[in-house]
Design a protein around this ligand. Structure first.
Ligand code: AR6
Length: 178
């Protein structure tokens, strides 16, 4: 499924973030930027050790939930990886919605700064961090769609969703939003 917002196309696909080429590949990282499981592990495995080495050299103290940092992409089919840190779900009244939106907004603004035209994003916080899937999908789709509509200079933002269930939740969110 896809939908045009302003000059940017928002695309939903089922797949693996390490296998879909883009100027910039989005990662769902932790605040220590230390690697871990899920999409983060897949990205470090496929990209190779230079990504963690760059994170240690340039971001030794990590980055808080709601923000993102960029590195090179190693062997991945991209120029950069954006390591976006979503919130751990703690019931929803600890600032989680603003932090999740912030992680996406940071990823988009760094992509724009770097001159990326195409960006992929995973379902940040919707795995190990336990964010309820439909709420996570609504925030993800709404934040990206509003940014594109407001003129974010990206041609295409693709959510790469790892399971049929995740894709279905994002499709519901996109259908409701547009
Ligand atoms: N490609 C795309 N999506 C994937 C892939 C993949 N290869 N593998 C998993 N997903 P998660 P979080 C989906 O747990 O919730 C890590 O340990 C997954 O099914 O990767 O933000 C980090 O180091 C889910 O829909 O990220 C952090 O410590 C989505 O990606 C912590 O987990 C996000 O799940 C971050 O937790």
């Amino acid at each position: 499924m896809e939908h045009q917002f302003g000059a940017g196309l928002l695309v939903l696909v089922e797949g693996d973030s390490t296998a879909i080429a883009a100027d910039e590949i989005g990662n769902a990282a932790n605040a220590a930027l230390a690697g871990g499981g899920g999409v983060d592990a897949a990205i470090h495995r496929a990209g190779g050790p230079e990504i963690i080495a760059e994170l240690r050299a340039r971001h030794a103290f990590g980055t808080p939930a709601g923000t993102a940092v960029a590195t090179g992409a190693g062997a991945l089919p991209a120029r950069w990886v954006i390591h976006a840190v979503g919130p751990v779900w703690r019931g929803g009244d600890h600032g989680e919605p603003a932090q999740l939106a912030g992680a996406y907004l940071s990823a988009l603004s760094i992509a724009a700064e770097l001159g990326a035209r195409t960006l992929t994003l995973p379902a940040i916080s919707a795995g190990a961090y336990g964010y309820p899937l439909d709420d996570a999908a609504r925030i993800a789709v709404g934040t990206v769609a509003e940014s594109l509509r407001a003129g974010a200079p990206l041609e295409r933002v693709t959510f790469v969703l790892y399971s049929p269930r995740t894709l279905a939740a994002f499709e519901r969110a996109l259908t409701a939003f547009r």
